[in-house]
Design a protein around this ligand. Structure first.
Ligand code: FUB
Ligand code: ZN
Length: 659
């Protein structure tokens, strides 16, 4: 798609970007966006997500500067600036992004609290980044220090534009959060350098190419949103449309096999695919491009129906960190990179804003509570890069980045600062407004607020979700003379619910729910109360029979949480011989003492008798051999999947055999 240039006046980038009533967060739609919804403001005050965000704010983010120092990332910036001597440190060309993602996380944190120490670290690290930038705006310590300044020659693997993307996102965050423009100046100068180099044939730019790792595209859209400079949006559009034309050798791995507009399935490296789709959705939102929107909707559908693990995790192969075939959803070898879960949330949120549909909030919820949250330990100190759904008895862990054991930091440390930035900006993904009312996508204890034609509306929320299903909302602010609609997402997993709104009570048989939204249109008054009760009966979930890896198994779920067994809770043996008795009821037991306070699900099971098979693990007979019966009864204690690997090493499983 040829790039067009148009002159849109750009606001002064050094001016505080926070306008009254405009929420601070990663996605700020342009004034003419073709979106059904716009992000609203929210705050998280206590409860489940508050605890996770506190670990992020008090432990994960504060540890960042030391970790970036000891891993050499900051040293590389000093080397590039010429203020230190030594060798480049780090194994990958994209180590600068660990710094940028940390800066982004710190910026979102600063938007919520005055934190002097954190602010000082941010200022110091921004100065290091600025010092490393070359006079013409280029910035990449690996290429400056290791590759002798040989720029843009290794687009397939070099990650130069990927790094630029994370720098831009950090800069936008810093500008939105603090109103300060130092990092935004650095990012713009790099973006301008890229814009002067990349373009389609005939554009006068020397390189027609794309990065092997999409990321800069969604960042450029956000830079356009922040600065009003149309050429950043056009550059993003050019990049998105140049994938699939063989510029990267035609490989599915880096999204180059087929143009996105023609694609019928998600494929290749999961994070790459998802960042590209986030960018396509951003572009469809800003430009009204119906073909891109249709492609994004089609691919989201394909992904969720055939390639998503129960936890919301994405990516089936360790080898290439990529999607597998439809229904190829391995269990113990599930890849489910933490970054892929984050990218999925980012993409689904953009889809929710574009379309207004509640189903995107369903996937966001599933991913946040399970595939994403498992990526960080409860204390915020250790991480998982891959998130398998089973660890076998006798598992030999070879350590390294793809270990099934939590690790303090990784050689490829993409996931930890990515978790930090999502947790620090979580409030952004909770609610929206469409001009006619407020939509609540995710339930927290805190406050949701928006402006309807300049009039503030706000609700206080109290809930013990996900342990209890009651969500109490109180109208705090509302225009007196104008009815508006409060829309509450009723999760797709929820079979029974009830809502009380003043004297009216509805349940699943008569509630005004369409497409996942329970819509309450009223003339509201301060003090009005709405109580939503979501039934949290534990349930057994089976997979589509084409998911061979878990045929004959079920998983335990309750509300938005996927459960798993951990060996530490079953000290009399391992987990590989366990069978769940599906005829016996599941019991719920809240355990304030366990894992920071979790609701467990207790089930009846048995330890299967393992038949003698002789010299190898197979049995043959003329007819299909019977599944072994009998075995010792055993009480099974299932914990939320996100909390696994926080005690001692051992086996774990989500999918439980039923025979
Ligand atoms: O290539 C940069 C990042 O490293 C990817 O997003 C992750 O999957 C990891 O490979
Ligand atoms: Zn990662």
């Amino acid at each position: 798609m040829p790039r067009t240039r148009s002159a849109v006046p750009s606001p002064d980038p050094s001016a505080p970007s926070e306008r009254a009533g405009t929420p601070v967060g990663p996605v700020r739609l342009g004034p003419d966006a073709h979106a059904a919804l716009r992000p609203a403001s929210a705050s998280v005050r206590t409860g489940f997500w508050h605890a996770r965000r506190e670990a992020n704010a008090r432990t994960s983010i504060p540890q960042g500067p030391d970790l970036l120092e000891s891993a050499g990332n900051l040293h590389n910036l000093r080397l590039a600036a010429g203020t230190a001597a030594g060798e480049f440190q780090g194994a990958y060309p994209f180590v600068d992004t660990d710094v940028y993602k940390w800066l982004e996380a710190a910026a979102w944190q600063l938007s919520q609290e005055q934190a002097k120490d954190l602010g000082a670290h941010v200022d110091r690290i921004i100065a290091l980044v600025a010092g490393a930038q070359q006079p013409d705006g280029y910035l990449n310590t690996w290429f400056q220090l290791v590759k002798g300044g040989e720029r843009y020659q290794d687009l397939r693997w070099g990650h130069e534009l990927y790094c630029a993307g994370h720098l831009i996102q950090a800069a936008v965050a810093h500008h939105r959060a603090t109103g300060r423009g130092e990092l935004l100046d650095v990012a713009r100068r790099f973006a301008d350098n890229i814009d002067s180099v990349f373009g389609p044939p005939g554009s006068g730019r020397p390189i027609d190419g794309v990065d092997g790792h999409p990321e800069v595209e969604t960042a450029l859209v956000e830079l356009y949103r922040e600065t009003g400079e149309r050429r950043y949006l056009d550059l993003a559009g050019y990049f998105v449309d140049r994938y699939g034309h063989g510029l990267l050798g035609g490989e599915a791995y880096c999204q180059d096999r087929v143009p996105l507009r023609e694609a019928t399935d998600v494929e290749g490296h999961a994070v790459r695919q998802l960042y590209l789709l986030a960018a396509a959705t951003d572009l469809a939102t800003e430009t009204g491009d119906a073909e891109l929107r249709a492609a994004a909707e089609r691919l989201w559908q394909a992904m969720t129906t055939t390639k998503t693990h129960l936890t919301g995790g994405l990516g089936a192969h360790h080898e290439e960190e990529d999607f597998g075939d439809p229904f190829e959803l391995p269990n113990e070898r599930a890849y489910c990179e933490t970054c892929a879960a984050i990218a999925s949330v980012q993409w689904s949120w953009r889809m929710a804003l574009l379309t207004g549909e509640a189903r995107y909030g369903d996937l966001i919820e599933r991913t946040l509570y399970n595939g994403f949250l498992a990526g960080v330990s409860l204390d915020g100190e250790r991480w998982l890069y891959v998130n398998p759904l089973q660890v076998r008895d006798g598992h030999t862990d070879t350590g390294g980045d793809q270990s099934a054991r939590r690790t303090r930091w990784f050689k490829c440390a993409c996931c930890p600062p990515n978790v930090m930035r999502l947790l620090a900006s979580l409030e952004h993904y909770l609610s929206s407004s469409d001009g006619q009312g407020l939509q609540i996508h995710q339930y927290v204890t805190g406050r949701y607020a928006a402006e309807l034609d300049g009039a503030p509306v706000a609700l206080a929320a109290e809930t013990d979700y996900p342990w209890h299903g009651v969500i109490s909302l109180t109208v705090e602010q509302t225009p007196a003379d104008r009815p508006w609609t409060l829309s509450l997402r009723v999760p797709q997993w929820c079979r029974e619910y009830r809502v009380r709104c003043g004297t009216e009570v509805y349940d699943q048989t008569d509630a005004p729910v369409t497409d996942g939204w329970l819509r309450l249109e009223r003339s509201w008054a301060p003090g009005d109360q709405i109580v939503l009760e979501l039934g949290l009966e534990p349930r057994l979930t089976a997979a589509d029979p084409r998911v061979d890896a878990v045929r004959g198994c079920v998983a335990v779920e309750r509300g938005p949480l996927v459960y798993c067994l951990e060996q530490v809770d079953h000290p009399d043996g391992g987990l590989d011989d366990i069978v769940l008795d599906t005829t016996r009821p599941l019991a719920v037991k809240h355990r304030p003492d366990l894992l920071g306070g979790v609701t467990t699900v207790v089930a009846a099971g048995r330890r299967r008798e393992i038949p003698e098979t002789g010299w190898w693990p197979y049995r043959s007979s003329a007819s299909v051999p019977d599944a072994p019966e009998g075995g010792e009864p055993v009480e099974l204690t299932a914990i939320p999947y996100y909390a696994w690997a926080n005690r001692q090493d051992g086996s774990m499983r989500v999918w439980l055999p039923t025979s």
